[in-house]
Design a protein around this ligand. Sequence first.
Ligand code: ZN
Length: 314
Amino acid sequence: MTTDRTDQADQSDREDQGGALSAEAAEVRRFWGRLGLPGLIDVHTHFMPEQVLRKVWAYFDAMGPLTGGVEWPIGYRQEEAERAAVLREFGVRAFTAMLYPHKPGMARWLNEWAVGFARRTPDCLHTATLFPEPGVEAYVREAVEAGARVFKAHVQVGGYHPADELLEPAWGLLAEAGVPVVIHCGSGPAPGKHTGPEPIARVLARHPRLRLIVAHLGMPEYAEFLDLAEEYDELRLDTTMAFTDFAERLMPFPRPDLPRLAALGDRVLLGSDFPNIPYPYLHQLQALERLGLGDDWLRAVCHDNAAELFTDQQ
Ligand SMILES: [Zn+2]
């Protein structure tokens, strides 16, 4: 039971939060408005069944080992519809529902949820996921046929080798369909058994046209994933958390490699990790801006590259 006092406190907390959010939204809009963009496209935002998301948040709250033992206060804990509304306030024109299984038998159920989410959230790019398990080819095919625009794979949380034989037909199918896969495969914030560039190099050797989007710029193996991007034309990178104060403290981007990132400007895509971020959304944008790679680079990364990639698919 709550007392009137705490009700009032909750109410005023919500009002404070609402005020801070609209101030932030104005700043975010100023950011893309100045660039002359129609808004942002964010390829890395998390929407998943509420009970799964609560577990993820509890994990971050408890600083579970995969967070790298770092304090990680989640920034945006609103209900699902409110979270989507926040993105719209920010002027995010399209976003994703990055969901991922940590064990077999879960992906198909997540994909079913994602169909409903995409239906009730038309600005979300219909997202699906996969896991090395019997039946993966069938449910990946079903998801593609149902209109999935992007997949998410999480090598660290899933604890699998991305070149696992069971995934072979699924990678082949996705490569052929040209459906991008955002893949968390770098060893940040903490390494997994099969994270790092080498397992991904094996996948790409077999499927050179597979449209992998390496999440977090491959943090902390930035240079090695840039090597792969230079070798494979369809490899892309998302900016999720990269260059923020938070990430730079833990896993700084090697400054000498900045010109390589500039040169790959047509294959870098804005990602944020919203809502699971320990800082304001705006900070991700400012972190990109302060790199000094110029407005053309920012326009491409924050909107145009993703617009082209996802239009290209249709
Ligand atoms: Zn993420």
